[in-house]
Design a protein around this ligand. Sequence first.
Ligand code: NA7
Length: 292
Amino acid sequence: MRVAFLGLGIMGRPMAANLAKAGHEVTVWNRSPGKDVEGARTAATPAEAAQGAEVVWMCVSDTQAVENVLFGENGVENSLTPGMTIVDSSTIAPSATVKFAERVRDRGVHYVDAPITGSKVAAEGGTLIFMIGGEEAAIEGLKPLFAAMGKKICRMGDTGKGHAAKLAMNLQIALIYEGFAEGLTLAAKLGVDAADLISLINATMVRSGVVEYKAPFVLKRDFTPNFPLRLMHKDIRLALDAAKEARVKLPGLETVEEIYDLAMEEGQQDLDYAATLTLLEKWAGVEVKSAT
Ligand code: NA7
């Protein structure tokens, strides 16, 4: 298929590379020049990349970035053709997605939100999981592309529901990790070895995928970003905004947001979100570690 891929960040670049490797005709664009993808053509603007494409796939930072790419100067809007499908794998506001979809629908263009779960490693290995919102027929036509980048697709409903599901997922990751970090901090202060506590967690119903994934990094104190803190902070805010619009109260997440606000103020935005542990340690005057 002829695909324009817009946004070559930590996740977007390996996704575009997997599309090219699978034999699709890929044209890439990134806001800052100098990033390219083997086997793909590089365009100077989103409009140029989208020219003649059957599918325009985006993976950029936030709602504003998606709006710029679609409707800003030299945006995709200038190259829309009937039958084209726009896919968004960024994590952004569900309500904005619905508005963007409405803006292109009159031009005969389908809009599918397909945010992703899985780390950089899953993006590189083509094992992402997509949460999808959009019409069944449009999604059907995208299956070869999903297969090149991921291992599973889950349709959550109409356009916007993929992003809604993604926010519901990421708020749980933030809360589960916060619970883990608070448990580790209290245990350290009371003299329990971190590795012993983690073994106990993994043997009981307290275990979780989040803890299994993060514990080895925490024990090594490796906070290099698999998922940068600034992006989790963005997702927490998106979830709180969506909750406000829907008149839903999320008191746990509101508290966790305050911790992320402070972490951002401390300059931790480009570390992994696991680094929020260091704030708890600082307040407790203790370091989580293991003798083994
Ligand atoms: P990264 O590695 O921070 O990459 C973000 C990408 O978004 C990168 O290509 C940026 O271009 C691009 N970007 C950021 N702002 C804009 C604007 N205003 N216009 C156009 N392009 C922009 O993030 P990830 O790849 O880890 O994640 C991407 C999304 O998936 C995000 O929503 C996550 O929550 C999930 P740059 O290179 O900075 O010029």
